[in-house]
Design a binder for this molecule. Structure first.
Ligand code: HEM
Length: 207
């Protein structure tokens, strides 16, 4: 049982989830902003990201940031995946996944009728969004590795339609992650006590 009661406060997020979550945020931000600088050096599409929103100063500096943050994201993510499976966290918090139930919850949320009283349980829309974010991050790492070593790992790149295909996948996965982050932050802003719970691990019981 995840939720243990101590002095009227319920345990919501175990320490490993909180540490991994905030390290992940730092790594993702560094990867995004340095990635935009790398993109600007050879844009795939007919636009560039504003230089003020990029990290690294120049292509070489951005590549150093991107690879450094990549290792942080990779090791942190690997630990989260292993811990999530072995501790039963994914089974307990993210399963079952159902597109129909997720859509139903999104419709309820749009009508303002989706409650989030018990912070220890994710609704179907959250479960889908979090599992989706994890899948997007995996796609980003795998396509990024294929772009990094397209000759040595040409079989991996071929699975994505070659170097150009891997580049497109990397770009669209970045865009999907950005969409997730925007919706995620909007949802947290709507229920601010979830933010405190992700910091302290606990929340006051509402029932
Ligand atoms: C400022 C940025 C962010 C804030 C304020 C934030 C906040 C939160 C909060 C409050 C929760 C718990 C939601 C709840 O209990 O209802 C959560 C969970 C989660 N967040 Fe974020 N988050 C941020 C960025 C990110 C990013 C960048 C990612 C991934 C790319 C991410 C992925 C997740 C995942 C996967 C969970 C579920 C964790 C689990 O229980 O295993 N978050 N976040």
């Amino acid at each position: 049982m995840d939720a243990t009661v101590e002095s009227g406060r319920v345990k919501i997020h175990p320490l490993p989830v909180r540490i991994v979550h905030w390290i992940n945020l730092l790594a993702v931000l560094a990867m995004l902003f340095s990635g935009w600088r790398i993109y600007n050096a050879a844009p795939v599409f007919d636009f560039k990201f504003p230089a003020e929103l990029t990290l690294g100063g120049w292509l070489g500096g951005a590549l150093l940031w991107h690879f450094a943050a990549m290792w942080l994201l990779f090791v942190n993510g690997l630990f989260y995946l292993a811990w999530g499976v072995l501790s039963g966290h994914f089974k307990r918090k993210l399963l079952p996944l159902s597109a129909g139930a997720a859509l139903g919850d999104v419709l309820l949320a749009l009508k303002g009728k989706l409650g989030h009283d018990d912070l220890s349980v994710y609704n179907a829309a959250q479960r889908g969004a979090y599992a989706g974010a994890i899948a997007i991050l995996i796609a980003l790492v795998v396509s990024g590795i294929a772009i990094w070593k397209p000759v040595q790992l040409h079989e991996l790149a071929a699975l994505m339609g070659g170097y150009e295909g891997a580049r497109l996948l990397h770009f669209f996965a970045m865009a999907a992650l950005l969409l997730f982050i925007a919706v995620h932050i909007a949802m947290v802003a709507l229920v601010p006590r979830t933010f405190l719970a992700m910091l302290t691990g606990r929340a006051r019981r509402t029932s």
